[in-house]
Ligand binder design. Sequence first.
Ligand code: NAD
Ligand code: IPM
Ligand code: MN
Length: 388
Amino acid sequence: MLQSGLDSPTTEGTGRSHKLAVIGGDGIGPEVTDAALTILDAAQDRFGFTTERTEVPLGADAYLETGDLLTPEAIEVLRSNDTILFGAIGSPRVTPGILERGIILALRAELRQAINLRPVRLYPGVPTPIAGLTPERCDLVVVRENSEGSYVGGGSTVHRGTPGAVATQGSTNTWYAVHRAVDFAFRLAEQRRGKVTLCHKTNVLVEAGALWLDVVEEVAARFPDVEHDYVHVDAMCMHLPVSPERFDVVVTDNLFGDIITDLGAVLQGGLGVAASGNLNIDGSAPSMFEPVHGSAPDIAGKGWANPAGAGLSLALCLASLGEGEAAAAVESATAEVLADLPELSGATMGASTAELGERIASAVTDGHGGVQSSLMTQLAAVQAGLAS
Ligand code: NAD
Ligand code: IPM
Ligand code: MN
């Protein structure tokens, strides 16, 4: 059972135990997160570990009630956990940017979650809107720089609301953060098919672009077995649906990574299917795992949200906790249940969000699903390399 972050947590069981903070958030966030927790229950029972779960109530309701976004108390609670499961935040009741910047981006920054890892994998039998696409051709990972670029927030507006209005919004790119992301991408590629693609817009954003190119060349020199190439972000939006097989690890700026991974989600079957991990790679704070989608106010409360993205994010979370077998089982079970659905979202999905959570949980219990889970093992290897 969940308890409020304001209460002191209790320990369930003994043996292998992980402290898990849960932020359901807004809209469909709590719905898909509840489904992920049902899946987690099954994984725990089968693989013999426990979790001590603490709910952290962040989002529109808390903000509208108290004016609070991310309080020092909430940060303290989150820091005291091993990992974080996150649903989604954002609401039509709040001006865009307040919750997104004040909670999601603040969390990623506060907890030094340097990398946003976003796999783009089409699982066998899952319908994709891209004609002719096969699972063999679609298995790549986007390493999105998660702390800066145009997400830093600098900018100003004068004469707002008049024809003389001027808005500026900058982009900050440090060697440190770019290097951290590129180094991670090469380490990951070393465990995979050995290829890194830089995705940027060096033909227009010449300052930031040159920094990214320089860093890639510098890091590439340390990884002679990893090849690298470059694709402009606009061309990426053509290549990704047409020939995803040309990519293994794509490393990119924060904003470009945000955009191309919604497109990547479509390749996988839709926004409801895509998973992500905000990784803290220096061990200073917990990582945070969340589906790529947002709070989807258009379908909230209807039971129409696909919990697969949340389930696959749980798999990444389990892998990062060292529960590799459980991670593989959750990924495999989620993929199997997805493949049986008539549609991947909405009223015609064939089951509600909660029912799908139960179905995936049963598949975890029964040990169904035959998907080979290579990313989970690769992540563990990268993590071990970074720690040494
Ligand atoms: P969205 O991802 O919430 O929804 C886009 C479309 O995809 C909608 O039609 C929605 O119904 C559908 N969709 C999303 N998740 C789905 C799922 N699991 N199953 C089936 N269909 C799904 O994006 P949006 O509408 O642009 O944003 C809504 C709110 O969420 C905004 O406030 C935005 O800022 C916020 N947001 C938050 C996050 C996050 O928490 N990480 C991510 C993206 C957007
Ligand atoms: C995502 C979201 C967030 C982002 C927003 C809501 C801050 O779109 O996680 O993809 O841009 O990173
Ligand atoms: Mn996004």
